[in-house]
Design a protein around this ligand. Structure first.
Ligand SMILES: C[S@@+](CC[C@H](N)C(=O)[O-])C[C@H]1O[C@@H](n2cnc3c(N)ncnc32)[C@H](O)[C@@H]1O
Length: 435
């Protein structure tokens, strides 16, 4: 993979369009350009072995490159962006005489999954989430930090920005008000969360995660989505196939496989490689709780998968917990730093719902209500809210230093300010059925 990455950078340097775009943008150009140039000059042999640590590191490097290169292209049409994305991904694989198709097929093979599992490092931190979010416990090797009725999976208030200036509260690190850092074990748990493999247990399933900008753990909105679907008896329907689109750790697909009795096929799709790799590992690690169900993997922007199988659509059930941070043109730069920014996937799933699935459920924040509403209107769809909204702290730390963006969210998108909570910023997240 390292060699593939290097070839991808070679490709980049030979592509005038990509080069012009990356190096021509003042806010990102020089650093992305230098990064890609540096990668192009590295020479490290590709071992060709499916070892978890090597695969995870390579996927992370490729994802960082894809995230920046593709999010830079916002002023191109979707078809042009998609073409660049596909060319970039294809180049990663071509030199090893492989295709993304063969790579995904290999990941779907049980023997290769077992090989990945046999090379897994031990998780350095275990997290247990109780049903209905009654508590979250963090287990280190020999001790535990338990939070009752936490507001978030990572219920830290240290970086909360403060009005009137809305800048991040940098001096409050290890604040006594912080449920995590106010605890004697907080600093250790923080270090373990940020540096190693983290195992997150919810009921009978456990998913692995590692902290990075291109990857997202099952967060409070993922648990709220699952709890809502369960309460609405969605999992009691005789669905035989599910599409988990924007799969992250594969959490939603794995939960559905455990809950839906008639399920035969789970498709997990994402636009980055790390989520695909972790979804496979998590699927294999949870094999005992969902025997006899096949896994299929898809890589691509929205549902424009590189391995084209439109014939397999629509699925019986589609679940999506997409990014929900709106990115008007003046704030586009925010999309470069994390996979959770932007509303493209949310809008795509709403607009394309009849093609994707017979029953389509999506979870999103009221911050993206404008974009979701526009997508529904364009496609003539209706968004029917299920259950109660989740009132949740807004803790997307990479935007906490951008006071103009926070003001935009507060003044135009309904981000709530609460001075009675150490989490100053709150929003509402709801689950919708697209009809
Ligand atoms: C908020 S995370 C949710 C992860 C997981 N479904 C969960 O609930 O824990 C959103 C996921 O969507 C993926 N994603 C974002 N934009 C996408 C796009 N345009 N096409 C496909 N996947 C996308 C991200 O890589 C990320 O894994």
């Amino acid at each position: 993979m390292a060699r593939l990455l290097r070839r991808a950078a070679d490709w980049y340097l030979r592509r005038p369009l990509a080069r012009a775009i990356v190096s021509g943008l003042p806010w990102v150009g020089p650093s992305a350009h230098e990064y890609l140039s540096a990668v192009a000059q590295q020479s490290s042999p590709d071992s060709g072995r499916l070892d978890f640590r090597a695969a995870a590191d390579s996927c992370a490097r490729v994802d960082a490159l894809i995230l920046r290169a593709i999010r830079d292209h916002h002023y191109l049409s979707f078809d042009e962006i998609n073409e660049e994305y596909r060319a970039l991904v294809a180049q990663q694989f071509s030199d090893s005489g492989r295709t993304i198709d063969s790579f995904l097929r290999q990941l779907q093979e049980t023997t290769d999954q077992q090989r990945l599992l046999s090379t897994l490092p031990k998780p350095t931190l275990k997290i247990r989430v109780e049903k209905d979010f009654r508590s979250v416990s963090f287990f280190t090797e020999d001790s535990a930090l338990r939070l009752s009725v936490p507001k978030l999976l990572w219920d830290c208030v240290c970086k909360t920005p403060e009005p009137p200036e809305w800048t991040a509260n940098a001096t409050a690190r290890l604040s006594p008000a912080c449920p995590i850092h106010g605890h004697p074990l907080g600093a250790l748990v923080d270090k373990l969360f940020a540096s190693g493999l983290v195992a997150i247990r919810y009921g009978s399933i456990e998913v692995l995660y590692r902290d990075m900008a291109e990857f997202w753990p099952p967060a409070i909105d993922s648990f709220h989505l699952v709890d809502t679907l369960r309460k609405q008896r969605v999992f009691d329907e005789p669905y035989s196939s599910v599409l988990d689109i924007g799969c992250g750790t594969g959490f939603l697909g794995i939960v559905t496989a455990c809950e839906c009795r008639n399920l035969c096929l789970v498709t997990m799709a994402d636009w980055l490689l790390t989520p695909i790799l972790f979804s496979v590992v998590n699927w294999a690690r949870n094999s005992a709780v969902r025997p006899g169900i096949s896994l299929r993997l898809r890589l691509g922007l929205n549902s424009n998968w590189i391995t084209d199988d439109r014939a397999s659509l629509p699925h019986d059930l589609v679940l999506c917990n997409p990014p929900y941070l709106p990115l008007p043109d003046e704030f586009r730069k925010i999309g470069l730093s994390s996979t959770v920014a932007g509303t493209e996937l949310l809008q795509h799933v709403i607009q394309e719902s009849p093609r994707l699935g017979k029953a389509v459920y999506v979870s999103f924040s009221e911050l993206a209500q404008v974009e979701a509403g526009q997508a529904a209107k364009v496609a003539g769809r209706k968004l029917v809210r299920l259950g109660e909204p989740l009132h949740s702290p807004f803790r997307v730390t990479h935007v906490f230093d951008n006071r103009e963006y926070l003001r935009f969210l507060i003044e135009e998108r309904g981000l709530q300010v609460r001075m009675d909570s150490p989490h100053r910023l709150w929003h509402k997240v709801s689950v919708y059925k697209v009809e």
